[in-house]
Design a protein around this ligand. Structure first.
Ligand SMILES: [Zn+2]
Length: 322
Protein backbone atom coordinates (compact mmCIF):
# COMPACT_ATOMS: atom_id res chain seq x y z
CA UNK A 1 0.00 0.00 0.00
CA UNK A 2 2.67 2.40 1.11
CA UNK A 3 4.67 1.56 -2.00
CA UNK A 4 1.63 2.41 -4.14
CA UNK A 5 1.15 5.72 -2.37
CA UNK A 6 4.80 6.66 -2.80
CA UNK A 7 4.79 5.81 -6.52
CA UNK A 8 1.57 7.85 -6.96
CA UNK A 9 3.24 10.80 -5.26
CA UNK A 10 6.30 10.40 -7.46
CA UNK A 11 4.10 10.41 -10.57
CA UNK A 12 2.23 13.54 -9.44
CA UNK A 13 5.48 15.28 -8.52
CA UNK A 14 7.10 14.35 -11.86
CA UNK A 15 4.04 15.59 -13.73
CA UNK A 16 4.08 18.89 -11.78
CA UNK A 17 7.76 19.37 -12.59
CA UNK A 18 7.05 18.61 -16.26
CA UNK A 19 4.22 21.20 -16.36
CA UNK A 20 6.45 23.74 -14.61
CA UNK A 21 9.12 23.36 -17.32
CA UNK A 22 6.55 23.52 -20.12
CA UNK A 23 5.32 26.85 -18.75
CA UNK A 24 8.88 28.06 -18.21
CA UNK A 25 9.80 27.18 -21.79
CA UNK A 26 6.68 28.87 -23.15
CA UNK A 27 7.73 31.97 -21.23
CA UNK A 28 11.22 31.72 -22.65
CA UNK A 29 9.90 31.33 -26.18
CA UNK A 30 7.84 34.47 -25.69
CA UNK A 31 10.79 36.33 -24.22
CA UNK A 32 12.90 35.29 -27.21
CA UNK A 33 10.85 37.35 -29.68
CA UNK A 34 13.34 39.58 -31.46
CA UNK A 35 12.80 43.26 -30.82
CA UNK A 36 13.20 44.98 -34.19
CA UNK A 37 13.24 48.70 -34.95
CA UNK A 38 12.97 49.70 -38.62
CA UNK A 39 13.41 53.15 -40.09
CA UNK A 40 10.35 52.86 -42.33
CA UNK A 41 6.90 51.29 -42.42
CA UNK A 42 7.80 49.38 -45.60
CA UNK A 43 10.68 47.69 -43.80
CA UNK A 44 8.36 46.99 -40.87
CA UNK A 45 5.83 45.34 -43.17
CA UNK A 46 8.43 43.11 -44.87
CA UNK A 47 10.08 42.23 -41.53
CA UNK A 48 6.72 41.22 -40.05
CA UNK A 49 6.09 38.98 -43.03
CA UNK A 50 9.47 37.21 -42.78
CA UNK A 51 9.69 37.26 -38.97
CA UNK A 52 6.07 36.23 -38.30
CA UNK A 53 5.37 35.58 -34.63
CA UNK A 54 9.08 35.50 -33.75
CA UNK A 55 9.47 39.28 -33.98
CA UNK A 56 8.09 42.49 -32.51
CA UNK A 57 8.56 45.32 -34.97
CA UNK A 58 8.19 49.08 -34.74
CA UNK A 59 8.91 51.71 -37.39
CA UNK A 60 10.54 55.01 -36.48
CA UNK A 61 9.19 57.03 -39.43
CA UNK A 62 5.46 57.32 -40.12
CA UNK A 63 4.32 56.15 -43.55
CA UNK A 64 2.93 59.56 -44.55
CA UNK A 65 5.97 61.56 -43.38
CA UNK A 66 9.03 62.63 -45.34
CA UNK A 67 11.54 59.77 -44.90
CA UNK A 68 14.44 62.18 -45.37
CA UNK A 69 13.45 64.26 -42.35
CA UNK A 70 12.54 62.51 -39.12
CA UNK A 71 12.62 64.17 -35.73
CA UNK A 72 15.16 62.15 -33.67
CA UNK A 73 13.01 61.98 -30.51
CA UNK A 74 14.62 60.69 -27.29
CA UNK A 75 11.80 58.11 -27.01
CA UNK A 76 13.25 56.38 -30.10
CA UNK A 77 16.68 56.26 -28.43
CA UNK A 78 15.12 54.43 -25.48
CA UNK A 79 13.45 51.90 -27.82
CA UNK A 80 16.63 51.45 -29.86
CA UNK A 81 18.50 50.90 -26.61
CA UNK A 82 16.44 47.73 -26.05
CA UNK A 83 16.38 46.53 -29.69
CA UNK A 84 18.01 43.31 -30.94
CA UNK A 85 17.92 44.46 -34.54
CA UNK A 86 17.93 47.77 -36.42
CA UNK A 87 16.83 47.64 -40.07
CA UNK A 88 17.31 50.55 -42.44
CA UNK A 89 17.16 51.43 -46.13
CA UNK A 90 20.71 52.79 -46.33
CA UNK A 91 22.36 55.25 -48.77
CA UNK A 92 21.60 58.74 -47.46
CA UNK A 93 17.88 58.30 -46.77
CA UNK A 94 18.23 58.15 -42.99
CA UNK A 95 20.81 60.80 -42.21
CA UNK A 96 18.78 61.39 -39.04
CA UNK A 97 19.35 57.81 -37.80
CA UNK A 98 22.96 58.19 -36.64
CA UNK A 99 21.93 60.56 -33.84
CA UNK A 100 19.44 57.98 -32.61
CA UNK A 101 21.95 55.11 -32.81
CA UNK A 102 24.55 57.16 -30.91
CA UNK A 103 21.96 58.12 -28.29
CA UNK A 104 20.74 54.54 -27.89
CA UNK A 105 24.16 53.33 -26.60
CA UNK A 106 23.31 49.81 -27.72
CA UNK A 107 26.37 47.91 -29.04
CA UNK A 108 24.10 45.24 -30.61
CA UNK A 109 22.77 47.60 -33.30
CA UNK A 110 25.77 49.75 -34.17
CA UNK A 111 26.89 50.04 -37.80
CA UNK A 112 28.97 47.01 -38.78
CA UNK A 113 27.36 44.62 -36.28
CA UNK A 114 24.95 41.76 -37.19
CA UNK A 115 22.20 43.75 -35.50
CA UNK A 116 22.47 46.60 -38.04
CA UNK A 117 20.86 45.58 -41.34
CA UNK A 118 21.15 47.72 -44.48
CA UNK A 119 18.56 46.62 -47.03
CA UNK A 120 20.10 48.48 -50.00
CA UNK A 121 22.76 45.77 -50.33
CA UNK A 122 22.45 44.14 -53.75
CA UNK A 123 19.71 46.48 -55.01
CA UNK A 124 19.80 47.83 -58.59
CA UNK A 125 20.21 51.54 -57.80
CA UNK A 126 18.96 54.30 -60.09
CA UNK A 127 20.11 57.91 -60.31
CA UNK A 128 23.70 57.40 -59.25
CA UNK A 129 25.61 60.69 -58.82
CA UNK A 130 28.39 61.36 -61.32
CA UNK A 131 31.77 60.95 -59.63
CA UNK A 132 32.99 64.29 -58.26
CA UNK A 133 29.56 65.89 -58.33
CA UNK A 134 28.47 64.57 -54.96
CA UNK A 135 29.89 67.25 -52.67
CA UNK A 136 28.54 70.07 -54.84
CA UNK A 137 25.06 68.58 -54.75
CA UNK A 138 25.10 68.10 -50.97
CA UNK A 139 26.02 71.76 -50.46
CA UNK A 140 22.90 72.66 -52.46
CA UNK A 141 20.76 70.45 -50.24
CA UNK A 142 20.42 67.45 -52.55
CA UNK A 143 19.35 64.39 -50.57
CA UNK A 144 20.03 61.59 -53.08
CA UNK A 145 23.77 61.75 -53.62
CA UNK A 146 24.53 58.00 -53.34
CA UNK A 147 21.82 56.95 -55.80
CA UNK A 148 18.06 57.07 -55.45
CA UNK A 149 17.07 55.66 -52.04
CA UNK A 150 13.35 55.15 -52.88
CA UNK A 151 14.11 51.78 -54.45
CA UNK A 152 11.47 49.88 -52.44
CA UNK A 153 8.94 51.12 -55.01
CA UNK A 154 10.01 48.27 -57.29
CA UNK A 155 8.50 45.08 -55.85
CA UNK A 156 11.44 43.03 -57.15
CA UNK A 157 13.73 45.17 -55.00
CA UNK A 158 11.36 44.24 -52.16
CA UNK A 159 12.53 40.64 -52.62
CA UNK A 160 16.19 41.73 -52.31
CA UNK A 161 15.38 43.81 -49.22
CA UNK A 162 13.54 40.81 -47.76
CA UNK A 163 16.66 38.69 -48.39
CA UNK A 164 18.79 41.15 -46.39
CA UNK A 165 16.17 41.12 -43.63
CA UNK A 166 16.12 37.30 -43.69
CA UNK A 167 19.92 37.18 -43.22
CA UNK A 168 19.64 39.62 -40.29
CA UNK A 169 16.89 37.61 -38.59
CA UNK A 170 18.73 34.30 -39.09
CA UNK A 171 21.99 35.64 -37.65
CA UNK A 172 20.21 36.97 -34.58
CA UNK A 173 17.83 34.03 -34.10
CA UNK A 174 19.43 30.96 -35.75
CA UNK A 175 17.01 28.57 -34.02
CA UNK A 176 14.20 30.00 -36.19
CA UNK A 177 16.16 29.98 -39.47
CA UNK A 178 13.91 27.45 -41.25
CA UNK A 179 10.76 29.31 -40.20
CA UNK A 180 12.13 32.60 -41.58
CA UNK A 181 13.30 30.94 -44.80
CA UNK A 182 9.87 29.45 -45.39
CA UNK A 183 8.22 32.85 -44.89
CA UNK A 184 10.69 34.37 -47.36
CA UNK A 185 9.69 31.80 -49.98
CA UNK A 186 6.02 32.69 -49.43
CA UNK A 187 6.85 36.41 -49.66
CA UNK A 188 8.68 35.98 -52.98
CA UNK A 189 5.88 33.89 -54.40
CA UNK A 190 3.26 36.47 -53.33
CA UNK A 191 5.31 39.25 -54.98
CA UNK A 192 5.60 37.26 -58.23
CA UNK A 193 1.87 36.50 -58.34
CA UNK A 194 0.81 40.07 -57.65
CA UNK A 195 3.47 41.65 -59.88
CA UNK A 196 2.04 39.82 -62.89
CA UNK A 197 -1.40 41.34 -62.11
CA UNK A 198 -0.01 44.84 -61.50
CA UNK A 199 1.97 44.78 -64.76
CA UNK A 200 -1.08 43.60 -66.72
CA UNK A 201 -3.22 46.38 -65.25
CA UNK A 202 -0.80 49.23 -66.02
CA UNK A 203 0.58 47.94 -69.34
CA UNK A 204 -1.96 49.77 -71.54
CA UNK A 205 -0.57 53.05 -70.18
CA UNK A 206 3.09 52.20 -70.68
CA UNK A 207 5.07 55.31 -71.67
CA UNK A 208 2.48 57.77 -70.30
CA UNK A 209 4.22 60.99 -69.25
CA UNK A 210 3.60 62.32 -65.75
CA UNK A 211 5.14 64.90 -63.39
CA UNK A 212 6.01 64.11 -59.76
CA UNK A 213 6.77 66.33 -56.80
CA UNK A 214 9.85 64.44 -55.55
CA UNK A 215 12.22 61.97 -57.23
CA UNK A 216 10.57 59.01 -55.50
CA UNK A 217 9.80 57.08 -58.69
CA UNK A 218 12.82 55.99 -60.80
CA UNK A 219 12.63 52.34 -59.70
CA UNK A 220 8.84 52.31 -59.93
CA UNK A 221 8.81 53.82 -63.42
CA UNK A 222 11.51 51.45 -64.67
CA UNK A 223 9.45 48.44 -63.50
CA UNK A 224 5.99 49.66 -64.54
CA UNK A 225 6.78 51.74 -67.63
CA UNK A 226 5.37 55.07 -66.43
CA UNK A 227 7.43 57.99 -67.71
CA UNK A 228 8.12 60.56 -64.96
CA UNK A 229 9.60 63.34 -67.08
CA UNK A 230 9.96 66.22 -64.62
CA UNK A 231 9.58 67.24 -60.99
CA UNK A 232 8.12 70.08 -58.93
CA UNK A 233 11.39 70.05 -56.97
CA UNK A 234 14.25 71.11 -59.25
CA UNK A 235 16.54 68.85 -57.19
CA UNK A 236 15.62 66.37 -54.44
CA UNK A 237 14.88 68.31 -51.27
CA UNK A 238 15.00 71.74 -52.92
CA UNK A 239 11.90 73.96 -53.15
CA UNK A 240 10.95 75.21 -56.64
CA UNK A 241 11.50 78.79 -57.82
CA UNK A 242 8.71 80.67 -59.69
CA UNK A 243 10.80 80.28 -62.87
CA UNK A 244 10.95 76.51 -62.43
CA UNK A 245 7.17 76.31 -61.89
CA UNK A 246 6.57 78.44 -64.99
CA UNK A 247 8.85 76.19 -67.07
CA UNK A 248 7.04 73.12 -65.75
CA UNK A 249 3.62 74.52 -66.72
CA UNK A 250 4.93 75.34 -70.19
CA UNK A 251 6.29 71.82 -70.65
CA UNK A 252 3.09 70.16 -69.37
CA UNK A 253 1.02 72.19 -71.85
CA UNK A 254 3.29 71.59 -74.83
CA UNK A 255 3.70 67.84 -74.15
CA UNK A 256 0.09 67.30 -73.00
CA UNK A 257 1.06 65.95 -69.56
CA UNK A 258 -2.15 65.50 -67.57
CA UNK A 259 -1.12 63.94 -64.25
CA UNK A 260 0.94 65.38 -61.40
CA UNK A 261 1.86 62.90 -58.65
CA UNK A 262 2.22 64.32 -55.17
CA UNK A 263 3.68 62.35 -52.27
CA UNK A 264 1.60 62.81 -49.06
CA UNK A 265 4.38 64.67 -47.19
CA UNK A 266 4.55 67.57 -49.66
CA UNK A 267 2.47 70.75 -49.68
CA UNK A 268 -0.58 71.07 -51.92
CA UNK A 269 -0.45 74.76 -52.91
CA UNK A 270 1.99 74.52 -55.82
CA UNK A 271 0.47 71.31 -57.29
CA UNK A 272 -3.00 72.93 -57.14
CA UNK A 273 -1.66 76.07 -58.85
CA UNK A 274 -0.07 73.97 -61.61
CA UNK A 275 -3.34 72.06 -61.96
CA UNK A 276 -5.39 75.25 -62.46
CA UNK A 277 -2.97 76.40 -65.18
CA UNK A 278 -2.77 73.07 -67.04
CA UNK A 279 -5.95 71.11 -66.25
CA UNK A 280 -3.76 68.25 -64.97
CA UNK A 281 -5.03 66.00 -62.15
CA UNK A 282 -3.12 66.16 -58.88
CA UNK A 283 -2.85 62.55 -57.70
CA UNK A 284 -1.68 61.99 -54.13
CA UNK A 285 0.10 58.63 -54.06
CA UNK A 286 1.57 57.05 -50.94
CA UNK A 287 5.20 56.03 -51.27
CA UNK A 288 5.16 53.92 -48.10
CA UNK A 289 2.92 51.56 -46.15
CA UNK A 290 0.40 53.61 -44.08
CA UNK A 291 1.05 56.60 -46.35
CA UNK A 292 -2.75 56.57 -46.69
CA UNK A 293 -5.06 54.68 -44.34
CA UNK A 294 -6.04 52.05 -46.96
CA UNK A 295 -2.46 50.81 -47.37
CA UNK A 296 -1.66 48.45 -44.51
CA UNK A 297 1.15 46.33 -45.96
CA UNK A 298 3.79 46.26 -48.68
CA UNK A 299 1.50 44.48 -51.17
CA UNK A 300 -1.38 46.92 -50.65
CA UNK A 301 1.02 49.78 -51.40
CA UNK A 302 1.31 48.65 -55.02
CA UNK A 303 -2.38 47.70 -55.20
CA UNK A 304 -3.22 51.29 -54.28
CA UNK A 305 -0.64 53.02 -56.50
CA UNK A 306 -1.49 50.99 -59.61
CA UNK A 307 -5.28 51.28 -59.18
CA UNK A 308 -5.17 55.02 -58.59
CA UNK A 309 -2.82 55.68 -61.48
CA UNK A 310 -5.05 53.71 -63.84
CA UNK A 311 -8.26 55.40 -62.64
CA UNK A 312 -6.65 58.86 -62.97
CA UNK A 313 -5.43 58.04 -66.49
CA UNK A 314 -8.98 56.94 -67.33
CA UNK A 315 -10.46 60.13 -65.82
CA UNK A 316 -8.04 62.23 -67.87
CA UNK A 317 -9.01 60.18 -70.96
CA UNK A 318 -5.40 59.27 -71.61
CA UNK A 319 -5.42 56.81 -74.49
CA UNK A 320 -4.63 53.23 -73.52
CA UNK A 321 -2.76 50.93 -75.93
CA UNK A 322 -5.42 48.21 -75.62
ZN1 LIG B 1 14.07 61.32 -51.76
Amino acid sequence: MLKDKISKSVIILSFSIFIFFVILNADNAFAKKLKVMTTSTDLKSITEYIGGDKVEVESIAKGYANPHHVDPKPSFMVKLGKADLFIRIGLDLELWAQLLIDGARNPRIRFGTPGHVITAVGVDLQGMAVHGEAMIDRSLGDVHIYGNPHFWLDPLNGKIMAQNILEGLKTNSPENARYFENNKRLFDSEIDTRLAKWLKRIKPYSGTKVIAYHRSWPNFSKRFGINVVDYVEPKPGIAPSPAHIAALIKRMKSEDIRVLIREPCYETKIPKFISTKTGASVLTLPVSVEGVSEVKDYFELFDYIIENLVSTFEKQEIASHD
